[in-house]
Design a protein around this ligand. Structure first.
Ligand code: GDP
Ligand code: MG
Length: 597
């Protein structure tokens, strides 16, 4: 296909504004997929994506379209995730295309991720076509939302297309707009090969599959290629495109997007953002790469049943094959035994990985308190990156600590603004900006990441009845008065429950933790003290009273089957608990205890 007849675009939007549904309609209306094979959110292939109705991995599809000018065009679409944890997927998709459809729900308006996407589009020097979706709904108000796009985002919305991705209204107009308004890709077919490595994943049949965008040159089956950053060389086994199922072709030329396989062993060998060139007569200069995503949230994952450790290692290794942004290393905990310290891009990413291990590999897990990376400056001048509060050195050896901060952007209807400001204040936020657009406020806060990773998003949703939207960027590190809080259950420290807190908030959090644990830990035959402590000093305490009667004692000499049943029941209950000293702590305690209400 000549470059003038190719258009590459992504679809960006705030979560739930209808990206995936719009992608479905574009695919369907161009007969890329036969009607009988059509299902909703076609490109969301992972179980978790389907269940949660969200897109996690960006997906690609090649569409043939005959435009009103009578010419045949090839459109390459990349569907992207909307959640803040997966923002890096959006940014790298954007580098592979020339423009984006900016989908805005016309019943809702501009949200935090709409803005975040626009900033990324501007960074990537992108053309944007505003699309106002869900016009079939009575609450749709295109004029108001178009005005808002101009006010808040500052882009021209006069050409916005009114669409219903549900009913199909406006779909042909959207396809025409892509052809007319988005630039064709540029590239030199005779120049040495430069292909951008956009994404890679592990496929159980094909091995590692690499998504590429050809900038210059031609990539053919059988070619010997070299990854310019890692230096690794491979022979190309297979080249193809997604329609959306894989279809083999012989070559990819400039401006085209497709996949290759090349007997690559692990996803880690393929660096996203790397440039692929030919081994012989290759390009001299790589393409400008893009920053890899770094894990920011860490937690320990341990099998409930320690006999499952090896299975868990296997599961984690397999998942990591497919997700270079997920990191792990072995960890041992006094209380929990062998497990892994894992790093994630955010809490949703954490939940997704945990769900997948539990579900796809059938291993029950204990998740310890999520933590961010602290910088610990020691008195002797050394510096430690602390991933796990359990490893915190003795405070007397520490000079000072720094914690990561974020810049958070929150959009919220006026009536909830007060609650949002209070929430941010409670989480040690510093207000940086507050502006109004129509009946919505946009608040920008500097917040400590550790106050946000746990339940900030849930709290924000609940105080605003779901009307607030939120986006953040890491801003850097700042010194603050941070301490390690330990939790003691029955006088034994439970390392998996220890956490870093701000000194001023330690007592409140300690109290909340003890109260929560008192509810979550079942009664035992004896009294159990639950304490929060800093250093050796107890700052909060609760006591779980003993069970009044020994329930099995009653059975002695009595009904044997009843006693048996009782013991079986206890055993079943134990499966989900771990013993700490003499005390059983249920699995959910590790996460629930940290949620503050
Ligand atoms: P994404 O998160 O941006 O990918 O959004 P989805 O495509 O998953 O859509 C979110 C929800 O909005 C789903 O329940 C869709 O069925 C619904 N939806 C999407 N487009 C339309 C539309 O044009 N009209 C109506 N009524 N619902 C829509
Ligand atoms: Mg989606």
């Amino acid at each position: 296909t000549p470059l003038s007849h190719i258009r590459n675009f992504s679809i960006v939007a705030h979560i739930d504004h209808g990206k995936s549904t719009l992608a479905d309609r574009l695919i369907q209306s161009t007969n890329t997929v036969a009607d009988r094979d059509m299902k909703a959110q076609l490109l969301d292939t992972m179980d978790i994506e389907r269940e949660r109705g969200i897109t996690i991995k960006a997906n690609t599809v090649r569409i043939d379209f005959r435009a009103a000018d009578g010419e045949d065009y090839v459109l390459n679409l990349i569907d992207t995730p909307g959640h803040v944890d997966f923002a890096y997927e959006v940014s790298r998709s954007m580098r592979a295309v020339e423009g984006s459809l900016l989908v805005v729900d016309s019943t809702q308006g501009v949200e935090a991720q709409t803005l975040a996407n626009v900033y990324q589009a501007i960074d990537a020097d992108h053309e944007l076509i505003p699309v106002l979706n869900k016009i079939d709904l009575p609450a749709s108000d295109c004029d108001r939302v178009a005005e808002q796009i101009e006010d808040v985002i500052g882009i021209d919305a006069s050409g916005a297309i009114a669409v219903s991705a549900k009913t199909g209204v406006g779909i042909t107009e959207t396809l025409e707009a892509i052809v007319q308004h988005l630039p064709a890709p540029t590239g030199d077919i005779d120049a040495p090969l430069k292909a951008m490595l956009v994404d890679s994943w592990y496929d159980s049949y094909l091995g590692v599959v690499v998504l590429v965008r050809i900038m210059d040159g031609v990539l053919k089956k059988g070619d010997k290629i070299r990854m310019m950053q890692t230096g690794a060389s491979y022979g190309v086994d297979r080249i193809g495109v997604f329609r959306p199922q894989m279809q083999n072709i012989d070559a990819l030329g400039p401006g085209e997007i497709g996949f290759i396989t090349a007997s690559i062993k692990q996803v880690r060998d393929t660096k996203v953002g790397d440039t692929i060139t030919h081994e012989k007569k290759g390009a001299e200069e790589p393409l400008p790469g893009f920053a890899p995503s770094q894990p920011v949230v860490f937690c320990g994952l341990f099998p409930v049943d320690s006999a499952e450790f090896e299975d868990m290692r296997d599961a984690i290794e397999k998942l990591a094959l497919n997700d270079a942004s997920f990191s792990y290393e072995m960890e041992t905990s006094a209380a929990l035994g062998f497990g892994f310290r894992c790093g994630f891009l955010g809490l949703l990413h954490l939940e997704v990985i945990r769900d997948r291990i539990e579900r796809e590999y059938d291993i029950e897990l204990i998740t310890t308190a999520p933590s961010v990376i602290y910088h610990v400056y020691m008195r002797d001048g050394t510096k430690i990156d602390l991933h796990n509060p359990a490893d915190m050195p003795d405070m007397t050896l520490v000079d000072h600590l720094e914690e990561p901060r974020i810049k958070a952007t929150i959009l919220v209807p006026d009536e909830y603004l007060g609650d949002v400001l209070k929430l941010c204040q409670d989480r040690r936020g510093i207000q940086m900006d507050l502006t109004y657009a129509g009946s919505r406020a946009m608040a920008v806060y500097d917040l400590p990441l550790n106050e946000v990773v746990f339940d900030f998003y849930d709290r924000l949703k609940s105080v605003t009845k779901g009307y607030a939207s939120f986006d953040y960027n890491l801003e850097g590190y700042r010194q603050d008065n941070l301490v390690k809080m330990s939790i003691l259950v029955n006088d034994e420290p439970v390392d998996a429950l220890s956490m870093m807190v701000h000194r001023d908030r330690a007592e409140m959090r300690g109290r909340a933790m003890c109260e929560k644990l008192k509810e979550l830990i079942p009664r035992h035959m004896f009294k159990i003290p639950i304490q929060a402590a800093i250093g050796g000093k107890v700052i909060a305490r609760e006591t779980l009273s003993a069970m009044r009667k020994d329930v099995t004692a009653k059975c002695y000499g009595g009904d044997a089957t009843r006693k048996r049943k009782l013991l079986d029941k206890q055993k079943a209950g134990k499966k989900k608990m771990r013993q700490f000293g003499k005390v059983d702590i249920p699995q959910e305690a590790f996460i629930s205890a940290l949620k503050m209400d």
